[in-house]
Design a protein around this ligand. Structure first.
Ligand code: 0X9
Ligand code: ZN
Length: 306
């Protein structure tokens, strides 16, 4: 079963998702969006209380960056609430289908458990013998690719890949997002990272570009989500345009809005902890995920009205 007093491994997460699908066949559907570079399945769970497709959908993913362990844990808590506590959260499923990918980068995630706690990238093919392999999946999406905040040097932490969508994980996300949103049903994309706390909205690909046309609305929704999380005991989130943090092109958030036509897109930098910010202790998982869930309620309420 799912636990929030320890960080779960890839195999445990997969098993938990399969158990949910077995136990709640009318509420839950699993789909593989494809395999990672090292052949691990990337599983998306769909939670839906509708017969057929609801008029709207929301997509949440986590773990693009391997070391940001609190992100998959937060996605798992969301899944647990929506499925195992569905009676309390009927409102969140009203006319809204949820697609949740708790682990976009399973190879990198496992590598942070076995070998290098602070690995960020995927575990794709090495291009040099000088350094460790892998590309930064959040620099590999094809929207203003390589325009800023990314590196062509394979050893760099922010190596953008040898071309846009060079990596199987980002290709799989691309194909899934385009397919899921072919009828413009997906209203919102939330991609979970750490650490902040920050709520970032497009565009992030460069300085001094025009704000997204709906920047004011993006900020207003973000502020409302922040208020709900603070009310639940969270540290306050900084709500800002993501280039304000630093410009970085090739992110999944910009691509979701700019290419996949998902109206509202956010990177949520979850609360940090530990010595580095990324290594928040397991003892804090339960409080952080529960606080963040109150933000999801707000985001979902808006997705239902878009
Ligand atoms: O740099 C990133 O990819 C994100 N921060 S993190 O510390 N989790 O690595 C921020 C991404 C913001 N979005 C874009 N710049 N598009
Ligand atoms: Zn990240």
């Amino acid at each position: 079963n799912v636990t929030f007093d320890a960080f779960m491994r890839y195999d445990e997460i997969e098993l938990y998702l399969r158990q949910l699908a077995d136990k709640y066949p009318t509420l839950v559907t699993l789909q593989s969006v494809g395999k990672s570079a090292q052949g691990r399945e990337m599983t998306v769970i769909r939670v839906s209380a509708s017969d057929g497709a609801a008029p709207r959908a929301i997509l949440v993913d986590a773990g693009i960056h391997a070391r940001e362990w609190i992100a998959p844990a937060t996605a798992l808590y969301l899944i647990d609430q929506l499925v195992q506590h569905a009676d309390e959260h009927r409102d969140l499923l009203d006319g809204l289908d949820w697609y949740i990918l708790p682990l976009v980068n399973p190879d990198g995630y496992e590598y942070t458990h076995t070998t290098d706690r602070f690995w960020r990238k995927n575990r794709g093919a090495d291009l040099l013998f000088l350094c460790e392999r892998g590309a930064d999946l959040n620099r590999n999406f094809d929207f203003h690719w390589m325009q800023s905040g990314a590196s062509t040097f394979p050893c760099a932490e922010t190596f953008a890949g040898k071309k846009a969508f060079s990596e199987p994980e980002s290709q799989n996300m691309r194909d899934f997002m385009l397919q899921a949103n072919k009828d413009k049903r997906v209203k919102m994309y939330l991609t979970l990272h750490s650490y902040g706390p920050m709520i970032l909205y497009p565009w992030g690909y460069d300085y001094r570009v025009d704000d997204a046309p709906d920047a004011k609305e993006l900020a207003a929704i973000g502020n409302e989500a922040n208020a709900a999380m603070v009310a639940a005991g969270s540290e306050p989130f900084v709500v800002q345009n993501s280039a304000e943090l630093y410009p970085a092109a090739g992110g999944s958030d910009d691509w979701a809005k700019g290419v996949a036509n998902i109206a509202k897109s956010y990177t949520i930098e979850l609360q940090g902890g530990g010595a580095s910010g990324f290594d928040i202790p397991a003892s804090r998982i339960a409080e952080v995920v529960a606080q963040t869930f109150q933000g999801f309620r707000v985001f979902a309420g808006h997705a239902q009205r878009l």
